[in-house]
Design a protein around this ligand. Sequence first.
Ligand SMILES: Nc1ncnc2c1ncn2[C@@H]1O[C@H](COP(=O)(O)OP(=O)(O)O)[C@@H](O)[C@H]1O
Ligand SMILES: [Mg+2]
Length: 232
Amino acid sequence: MSDSPPPLVEAIAAGIAHEVRNPLNALQINLGILEQELSEIVPDRRSHVYEVIGKIAGELRSLDNFVTEFLRFARPPRPRFERVAVRPLLEDLVAFIGPECARKGVSLSLASEGGPDEVVADGFQLKHAVLNLVLNGLQATPPGGAIVVASDGDSRRLAIEVRDTGRGIEPDHLPRIFDLYFTTKAEGTGVGLAVTQQIVAAHGGTIEVDSRPGAGTTMTVHLPAAEGASGA
Ligand SMILES: Nc1ncnc2c1ncn2[C@@H]1O[C@H](COP(=O)(O)OP(=O)(O)O)[C@@H](O)[C@H]1O
Ligand SMILES: [Mg+2]
């Protein structure tokens, strides 16, 4: 797969950014002004008109989210490569998402099973990519289950595994899970794995999926190690 979207997608994205997002932002601002001025004429906040405004605001917000996510996919920022220490990056990630796992009663732990200490990567993007995998694991795993984020590999390759004990992926869904907008969740967007795959590809890596329905899923990100990095 290529690192950047085809020119047509870029052209559409530029059009959407300009012709959709800008007026959308103007609509949101003007709706806010309207609501403020209305409050002087209709002081009762329980009045039906505020319910209507609330609905419009809600629809504008979801349109805005949709456009933002689409643009994030269609115009991914170029990775800013630097040497990134693997262990601190994963520790950061676990500290960030740990509380949400704990709230659901899903345990989250970190394991070092090998691999290099460093990779050449965009640390922010790489964290985002792995975070999407952990979030999917969390959403698929019932309370009492577990997620393990493990680093593995050798001196030339880093593998970051995200293992969950969740519901697994149906075999006929497997070929589609990386498709933009493919989701099996009522509240899903189907953007997460498409973004993760795009980031990993831009790093010269690949993603491997191993899933058993009813038992769990392991998603493995394979990345080339930093040249000359010390490895386990
Ligand atoms: N760890 C996982 N366990 C079970 N199903 C998963 C897992 N990761 C991804 N999937 C499946 O892949 C689909 C696409 O994932 P994603 O692109 O992140 O979108 P979303 O999370 O919004 O549905 C999910 O709806 C789900 O069906
Ligand atoms: Mg997701």
